[in-house]
Design a protein around this ligand. Structure first.
Ligand code: HPA
Length: 280
């Protein structure tokens, strides 16, 4: 990865937001963007203003960085993400993590839309990511070792913090909502999977499939951040039913689940704010 570009991106955000002191970061994936409105916005930076980040072309991804605050704690909200399948290399995928790390963020929450493989993961379900399988055929850490991403061989035995997963459970309980747990498998995309691929993923132990999150989680964990992941199941994965898949359906399903997505995230950040209240 081009370390200089990542540094330039982080520097430009720090220059644009000199007073920012974020403790959390939130990456909002397909259809999750509106959830940003649940937080008090302090400043907005379009992705185009961040070197190497550019604009996102995917429908359902706004492409802006919001500095927000919640219960006295600042957070960075990445409203829309860049994907590996865009073919622009790992840098645009890594930039949010590099920015979060450089600005002293300790906890990052990654969200996405995913196809349900396990029978009970029906469209509209929210799934706390317990673990992942990298099915992308590549890894953002391939290349010369860079100490900002931890050891040469970073430990991945608990990518998704157990503590944060429990916080999500507690947030769901308080909101009176059902929430599922499962293993997320990332495929490179951009085509959706074939039914044979989905059957093979099920045998590997995957409960849901998508095209993101895993590289970000690997980088964030390697950099020593506490990581949480949350999927909105927007469709049955290919072949689970006969229905064809479409991005329009993905976005529509997230719209239906919006109130619950929002309640779960706000509930999590409420618990995190209470865990270590900001200095007076
Ligand atoms: N596969 C891959 N990515 C997805 C899916 C899917 O079924 N649904 C939403 N994102």
């Amino acid at each position: 990865m081009n370390t200089a570009l990542l540094q330039q991106a982080a520097d430009s955000v720090q220059r644009a937001l000199p007073k920012a002191n974020p403790r959390w970061a939130l990456v909002l994936g397909s259809g999750w963007g509106v959830v940003a409105e649940a937080f008090t916005s302090l400043a907005v930076l379009p992705y185009q203003a961040i070197p190497g980040y550019g604009g996102t072309q995917v429908v359902g991804h706004a492409g802006r960085l919001v500095l927000a605050t919640h219960r006295g704690v600042d957070l960075l909200i990445f409203q829309g993400r860049r994907h590996w399948y865009e073919g622009a290399g790992w840098e645009p995928v890594a930039i949010p993590i590099a920015i979060a790390r450089a600005m002293g963020v300790s906890t990052i929450v990654l969200t996405n839309a995913a196809g349900g493989i396990r029978a009970d993961l029906r469209p509209g379900s929210l799934m706390i990511i317990d673990d992942h399988i990298n099915g992308m055929g590549s890894n953002p850490l391939i290349g010369p070792h860079d100490a900002q991403w931890g050891d040469r061989f970073p430990d991945m035995s608990q990518v998704y913090s157990r503590e944060l997963r429990s916080c999500f459970d507690e947030a769901a309980r308080r909101a009176g909502q059902a929430v599922s747990h499962g293993v997320y498998l990332a495929s490179s995309g951009p085509p959706y999977e074939t039914p044979a691929e989905v059957r093979s993923f099920a045998r590997l132990g995957a409960d849901a499939v998508g095209m993101s999150t895993v590289p970000e989680a690997i980088l964030a964990r390697a950099a020593g951040l506490r990581v949480a992941g949350l999927s909105c199941i927007t469709n049955f994965a290919a072949g689970v039913t006969d229905a064809p898949l479409s991005h329009t359906e993905v976005i529509e399903e997230t719209q239906r689940a919006q109130a619950r997505m929002r309640a779960l995230l706000i509930g999590l950040f409420d618990l995190l704010a209470a865990e270590s209240p900001p200095a007076a």
